[in-house]
Design a binder for this molecule. Structure first.
Ligand code: NAX
Length: 462
């Protein structure tokens, strides 16, 4: 599990290191990591280091000094002044200074640019000259290694602003929100988290890794049976949208539900012809899935209320999200995408996309349910405000039907006895991981059929 630290938290962690060891050279360690990644990404040719006036520029200058020992290095003091000791070290090592015009001209011969204009202290956006330079790097296809974060982004911000588009970003101690929240994360390229001796303490924002998914996956044991593995009732699909019923069955069955009952309105013959192990009708169950493919169902409220009355943990998806019963929904998992979350909150989709953490936490706080916000980055918020980001995957899954499969997956995991937040994180992650291992435009049901192999791989790795 990776802890994600805000700029303030990282600075506090840094201060603890300085308090314990006042002479520690964190900047030297940061510079070493930047130089190492730069050499690994583009081993030869001229390096152009764009430098700002703060400590991020200092990292860049000490990295320039290291690089100048074995390859040509140019430095551009983009904000006029710069970290004095860093500049001296770079010049002594042989780095050549260029001005703004020289920096743009030099791009034609450079093999890599190091962006050390701003880091943790970054205000969003760039001065015009730097913005022109950043655009020129991209237009000319010169690879960019960003120090801590692509200058122009805000460390704690999901939004994009005029910024560098990095191919690689070297950050220190722990990822910051901009490295994991989209769309900002899409400006970071490959993220390298360098250990410079700063410890990341547990925070309210963290990112799950494949090892977590392997450790948490509910693998049956010698004494397991269909009931102990969990019975799931699917109330999904409708006459208008029978496909959603099939897709939720596919999701639930392919991640190992002990038993799936189908109690929705799609024709039972259709379900049986595709999934003969499904039992038709209500009955004993440990969890239910509501809403996928309901369309404009007339008794939506009463069906959702029914689950609450029977204290049946529910995955609430799609249209059922607008029929939530009053009171706390402890143990439930809501699975909205950004548009659905916006409708629940009464705000715009753009607002949800620019403030995903705040929005997903708000719905978890007001309902008591865990909330899985689906999208390019998938967040699971709990009542406590803790947010776990699921393992990311490729955009191949961004298509109709993926959400129906995901609801079935999460339902099976909920029925197995997992807490709702964990069912959400595991469900979103297994779909993403399966897509990553099977790149291509597989349909959501085809992809679900490949999940058992991924789950077997995870189980074998424990
Ligand atoms: N905090 C830590 O634990 C460590 C920090 N280090 C480095 O220090 C950095 C933080 O240093 P600082 O606090 O000096 O902050 P920055 O170096 O990020 O930037 C602060 C300076 O940039 C200017 N600035 C802010 N936004 C700007 C913008 N959009 N365009 C142009 N100029 C802008 C500010 O006026 C200020 O002078 C980190 O990102 C990292 O690179 C490392 O040396 C190692 C450890």
């Amino acid at each position: 599990m990776r802890q994600i630290l805000t700029a303030k938290q990282l600075r506090a962690a840094e201060q603890r290191v300085f308090d314990a060891e006042p002479d520690v050279d964190l900047m030297g360690r940061a510079a070493q990591a930047v130089a190492r990644v730069t050499d690994a990404v583009v081993p030869t040719g001229t390096v152009l280091v764009a430098v700002g006036q703060g400590n991020n520029g200092g990292d860049g200058l000490f990295a320039a000094a290291r690089l100048a020992a074995h390859r040509p290095v140019l430095v551009w003091l983009a904000m006029g002044s710069a970290h004095e000791a860093g500049l001296e070290a770079a010049v002594v090592a042989g780095a050549q200074e260029v001005d703004a015009v020289g920096a743009i001209k030099a791009l034609a011969e450079c093999s890599v640019v190091v962006d050390a204009v701003t880091g943790l202290g970054s205000r969003p956006g760039l001065p015009a000259e730097v913005e022109t330079f950043a655009a020129a790097c991209q237009a000319q296809g010169v690879p960019v290694v960003a120090v801590d974060l692509p200058s122009g982004l805000g460390a704690d911000d999901a939004r994009v602003h005029p910024s560098f588009q990095a191919d690689h970003t070297v950050t220190f101690g722990a990822p910051k929100p901009c490295h994991v929240l989209n769309p900002a994360a899409s400006r970071c390229g490959v993220l390298h988290v360098a250990d410079i001796g700063i410890d990341a303490e547990p925070t309210m924002l963290r990112a799950a890794e494949e090892s977590d998914i392997a450790a948490w996956w509910p693998v049956p044991g010698a004494r397991s049976d269909k009931y102990s593995r969990g019975v799931l009732v699917l109330d999904t699909g409708s006459e208008s949208y029978p496909g959603a019923a099939l897709l939720s069955c596919a999701g639930a069955l392919h991640v190992g539900a002990g038993m799936v009952r189908y109690a929705g309105r799609a024709p039972s013959g259709l379900i049986m012809s595709r999934f003969p192990s499904v039992v038709i009708g209500d009955g004993r169950a440990e969890a239910t899935v509501l809403g996928s493919g309901w369309g404009d169902r007339d008794n939506a409220e009463s069906r959702v209320e029914w689950a609450k009355l029977h204290q049946l943990p529910a995955v609430v998806d799609a249209d059922a999200l607008y029929s939530l019963p009053s009171g706390r929904l402890d143990g439930w998992l809501l699975t909205p995408h950004a548009g659905e979350l916006a409708r629940i909150l009464g705000c715009t989709r753009a607002h949800v996309e620019s403030q995903p953490l705040e929005c997903v936490r708000e719905v978890a706080r007001t309902t008591g349910a865990a909330v899985l916000l689906k999208g390019a980055t998938q967040y699971v918020a709990e009542l406590s405000g803790r947010v776990t980001i699921a393992v990311p995957g490729p955009a191949w899954t961004a298509r109709a039907g993926s959400g129906d499969v995901l609801a079935g997956i999460c339902g099976a995991l909920l029925a197995s006895g997992l807490p709702a937040w964990k069912a959400g994180v595991l469900g979103a992650s297994i779909q993403a991981m399966t897509a990553a291992r099977n790149p291509g435009p597989y349909t959501p049901d085809e992809l679900s059929a490949r999940m058992p192999a991924v789950i077997a791989e995870l189980a074998a790795a424990r």
